[in-house]
Design a protein around this ligand. Structure first.
Ligand code: COA
Length: 318
């Protein structure tokens, strides 16, 4: 039997400092308002990493929580993949730093760059490694400190992002767990649209053409979702939960309507986290599995789009 990658544990970590929209505006002298931000994006607040708090710190905390929920020891981890656009450094990788922080001394560790789609990409890589028998237990983490790469004078981008990390422990399924685990992942990129959402300068600040990204998001996410369902012979009625990338409540709600899902079946965290890029799906997944909303046997659909442009979808039976 070819094993599947089972989501054995989830965990999240959010920095202590919380800024609501009014505090953010006051802190940076922004000409914006709580009403504008909430109406256009659904965002009410975001977490901001403390000075010196790095992506690997957030990632290690989320990973520890995922290991604990899975009842697994760090020593069992065969590999760590960190999806991030805000690594501690180009090298050593954030994943290698997480490895050291967890006290793991074997297996592989590497970072993966696909911006806000990073977690879906990382899931796909880990899934392929587990199916190939190359690893049995892989930590897949999304971790971001976007507050470090924002232009705090640009109100069109700086109000949209937040810091955080989410993690899952993927474990090779056993014969008794047939049918559970990741069903498939579907990845896409089109570098022609790289300028719509990119880092400008060095080390760089985020620049985004919000309207164009919004337009691409709705059509590309819809086609990735259709592709994932078709590949598994499933229909939208089979989906129990949508755990979307948390960029904008309007995009999230549009995807929920496309799937005919009632709002309570769509996991929303953007109001409290803002857009945490690669961390947003695993953070939302951790919340909804830990509070008991998502239960064993549920079919969960994940989708994301981000800089690259990159986009993709993944289906998992919990
Ligand atoms: N506060 C107040 N006004 C703001 C503002 C802010 N933070 N940011 C922009 N504005 C103003 C603009 O200057 C513009 O004013 P004008 O009409 O006088 O020129 C007006 O609001 C409308 O700007 P626009 O950019 O057209 O707004 P929008 O309806 O497209 O909403 C986004 C902007 C960013 C919320 C929206 O485009 C979006 O969510 N895009 C997708 C972004 C995304 O998901 N990115 C991440 C993908 S990973």
């Amino acid at each position: 039997m070819t094993p599947r990658a089972l989501i054995a544990g989830t965990g999240g970590y959010l920095p202590a400092l919380v800024l609501d929209n009014d505090s953010l505006a006051a802190r940076h002298g922004l000409d914006t308002s709580d009403a504008w931000i909430r109406e256009r994006t659904g965002i009410r607040q975001r977490h901001i990493a403390a000075p010196g708090e790095m992506a690997s710190d957030l990632a290690a905390a989320a990973a520890r929580a995922a290991l604990e929920q899975a009842g697994a020891e760090a020593a069992e981890v065969d590999g760590i993949i960190v999806a991030t656009a805000t690594p501690d450094a180009a090298f050593p990788s954030t994943a290698a730093r997480v490895q050291a922080k967890l006290g793991v001394t074997r297996g592989f560790a590497f970072d993966l760059a696909a911006a806000c789609t990073g977690f879906v990409y990382a899931l796909s890589v880990a899934d392929a490694m587990i199916r190939a028998g190359q690893a049995r237990n892989v930590l897949v983490i999304g971790a971001e400190v976007f507050s470090r790469i924002l232009d705090w004078t640009d109100r069109t981008t700086c109000v949209l992002f937040g810091d955080g990390a989410g993690a899952v422990l993927l474990r090779a399924s056993t014969e008794a767990e047939v049918g559970r685990g990741l069903l498939s992942c579907h990845l896409h990129a089109d570098g022609r649209f790289g300028d719509l959402l990119h880092l400008e300068g060095h080390p760089g600040v985020v620049r985004m053409n919000g309207r164009e990204v919004f337009r691409h998001a709705v059509s590309k996410l819809a086609s990735a979702v259709d592709e994932a369902l078709q590949a598994n012979g499933l229909s939208k009625g089979d989906v129990a939960w949508l755990v979307p990338h948390q960029a904008n409540l309007r995009i999230i709600e549009a995807m929920g309507r496309k799937l005919d899902l009632p709002p309570e079946r769509v996991v929303v965290a953007v109001d409290r986290h803002a857009n945490t890029s690669a961390a947003s799906i695993p953070l939302a997944l951790a919340e909804a599995t830990r509070d008991g909303r998502i239960a064993r046997g549920d079919l969960v659909l994940m989708e994301a789009i981000g800089g690259g442009l990159t986009w993709g979808a993944a289906l998992a039976r919990i």
